[in-house]
Write a protein that binds this ligand. Structure first.
Ligand SMILES: Cc1cc2nc3c(=O)[nH]c(=O)nc-3n(C[C@H](O)[C@H](O)[C@H](O)COP(=O)(O)O)c2cc1C
Length: 318
């Protein structure tokens, strides 16, 4: 198996393989993050669905599950985001992945505390702003990705080389990566690591509901669509709720009407409580390639073996 000792992301984050498990509301608690870090990648505890006290508990719990470093993902759009940053700093976390907002809000305190700061972007213009703000690396997340998404509709295949050309800091590719072959494609585009969400959401260690995981296993290649673009763009699996949103959008519904239909607590209902009809089922386009619910260790093995196989098969004359 390939060694990654000179990889820029492995060096920056102190990991064995340039594989990061993306923060995922209702899916990425201590158990998932610790399992990914223990397997040589970087696990992230996702603050997005946690109150600050639960977030602190999960950080402490992860420390009991692995000796390896893990990081946190803090979307910056929530009222409790600033408090979550404080909690993680107080707990001694050194690796911060932020998203959904400007990294300028937090970069000062993170750098003063000697932390590594990585921000998620969906356009080359934002990549340039992150570099100027002092981020150590960026995650370039394409339109295929699960969860909340940019409005730009730039796919990973196009976004990654555009960002690589635009900045000098390391670029991590995200969106549509669930196999070693896809990881090899991302690195061929100039990324030095990958952030993976959907594949890790459908693992034994993810805290998502079993019915949610099985629904992703059963999903086909065209079962996810990006909806709520006028409000909070999010890629969702087809269900009764999403059909209603799609019909409202087709009828020209505005932001307020969409927000009212969404209401509150739908992501929790879908992914944590397993309400497959009325909950939000956030998952990426790559769900069509996800056919089982393995352990994190198994997923990591498949990614690394698939990567090596992809390289061995690459030949200009085939
Ligand atoms: C269920 C789910 C929840 C997510 N929640 C978050 C989140 O809280 N914060 C964030 O920055 N990204 C979130 N994401 C995006 C992931 O971190 C990751 O960038 C994305 O899933 C990569 O695309 P992929 O799903 O094709 O692997 C979420 C993705 C999924 C599937």
């Amino acid at each position: 198996m390939k060694t990654w000792s000179n990889n820029r992301i492995c060096g920056l984050l102190g990991i064995d393989y340039p594989i990061i498990q993306g923060g995922m509301i209702y899916n990425s608690g201590a158990k998932l993050a610790a399992a990914v870090s223990a397997a040589g990648g970087l696990g992230l505890i996702g603050a997005g669905s946690m109150r600050p006290d639960l977030f602190g508990d999960q950080i402490r719990k992860a420390r009991t599950l692995t000796d390896r470093d893990f990081g946190v993902n803090i979307p910056l759009l929530y009222p409790h985001s600033a408090e979550c940053v404080e909690v993680a700093l107080a707990e001694g976390v050194k690796i911060f992945f932020t998203s959904a907002g400007s990294p300028k809000k937090v970069i000062g305190p993170l750098k003063n505390a000697g932390c590594t700061a990585v921000h998620v972007v969906a356009s080359p213009a934002l990549a340039v702003k992150c570099q100027a703000a002092g981020c150590d690396a960026i995650v370039c997340e394409g339109f295929e990705a699960g969860g909340h998404n940019g409005r730009q509709e730039i796919t990973t295949m196009v976004l990654v080389p555009e960002c690589v050309a635009a900045v000098d800091i390391p670029v991590i590719a995200a969106g549509g990566i669930a196999t070693g072959q896809q990881m090899a494609a991302a690195l061929a585009l100039g990324a030095v690591g990958v952030q993976i969400g959907s594949r890790f959401a459908v693992s034994v260690e993810s805290s998502g509901h079993g019915l949610f995981k099985q629904a992703v296993v059963d999903a086909g290649p065209d079962d996810t669509h990006l909806v709520l673009k006028a409000h909070v763009p999010v890629r969702l699996l087809k269900n009764v709720f999403r059909d209603r949103i799609t019909a409202l959008e087709a009828a020209g519904a505005g932001r307020d009407e969409l927000a009212a239909e969404l209401g509150t607590g739908r992501a929790r209902r879908g992914m944590l409580e397993g309400d497959l009809a009325e909950g939000e089922l956030e998952i990426g386009q790559v769900s069509g390639l996800i056919d089982d619910i393995p352990t994190v260790a198994e997923i990591m093995d498949r990614l690394l073996n698939g990567f090596d196989e992809a390289l061995a098969k690459l030949h200009p004359n085939t």
